[in-house]
Design a protein around this ligand. Sequence first.
Ligand code: PMP
Length: 426
Amino acid sequence: MTDKNDILFARAQKTTPGGVNSPVRAFRSVGGTPRFITRAQGPYFWDAEDQRYIDYIGSWGPAIVGHAHPEVISAVQAAAARGLSFGAPTEGEIEMAEEICKLVPGIEQVRLVSSGTEATMSALRLARGATKRDKIIKFEGCYHGHADSLLVKAGSGLLTFGNPTSAGVPEDFSKHTLVLDYNNSQQLEEVFASIGDQIACIIVEPVAGNMNLIRATQEFIDTMRKLCTAHGSILIFDEVMCGFRVGLHGAQALYGVQADLTCLGKVIGGGLPVAAFGGRADLMGHMAPLGGVYQAGTLSGNPVAVAAGMTTLKIIQQPGFYENLTAQTRKLVDGLSAAAKAAGVTFCADAVGGMFGLYFASEVPGSYAAMMASDKDRFNRFFHLMLDQGVYLAPSAFEAGFVSAQHDDTIIAETIAAAEKAFAQL
Ligand code: PMP
């Protein structure tokens, strides 16, 4: 064994389950050795063999301004020099909260946490505490982090490994989670007609990115809003992935609908651990220390992480940022689709803002079932053909991809040229 990635992987597996600290990194579904990353800059990262890759995962969303952006790095360095963590409030947290309230429709008050999982778990507890109801609705293929009630028929790594419901979740917890079909308004209407008064909340990825990319239809979003309002249930938009990705004001601006609670993560930390949940002030008033719903965190609102997040939020508000990001992502998916067509490969692609989906299917899937019918084996072969040419896609057919502001025309053209070769060999 001479490849440094192989050596590191063998070593990692001795002390860490599967050799990784988050399952999809392990390449288990695509096969082969995961690349161990040593550094990243702009649209690229480098592995242990010093092989350079064009990066289309962007840390699974956060790296929207590109890796190691000089303004973000200097803000982090300056914050670190002032001290790493205080366990007492800081002005930076107020600024971050003000910025989030300004940018995200529906958020009047917000609390900072350190991971998307904490954000969704806390939003769920708040919805249950505020409504005094236990039942929640989620949709098959959506992933909302790894809190017990939400690991039922979930997407992302659970889909990738074919275990959509985690072991270790007591039946007593999961029995309160109703799992319905994404984009199926009629089913939702039926459930609310029979037990609407027992439903604490609906939690949904309004643009789903954990069963590959699937857009909610406007009708589906409108139905959720209408039913929640009519039955006193809380509508939670999990925008951990799509928030600040599909546009500056997230999915709520895209669909013209306000959620009662919104979960954020990824981009708002700019690569460091910051996530948040927020929404209507009357609901947020149920949170401790004001109300009876408890939630806390030693590192919540960490000053170094907040510095990275705030700087990222400033950069994405520069004029033209989202126009450029959207245009580059569109160029990528259009180029890939044209390359596949020229090679006679059944393939299509979709993009919303700086998120994209690649599907070995004849049309863009609108449901979990349609997504599951796409050709996973073909994706896996495509993944490796691209990787061999220095293009790093998400190592699973069930994950979305991410473009950064640093993916310029040259990078996109290089990616499409690699894809032309890959499609020809499929
Ligand atoms: N919600 C969504 C929509 C996500 O995509 C993710 C992570 N990919 C999470 C929640 C969980 O976030 P984290 O991994 O930071 O716990």
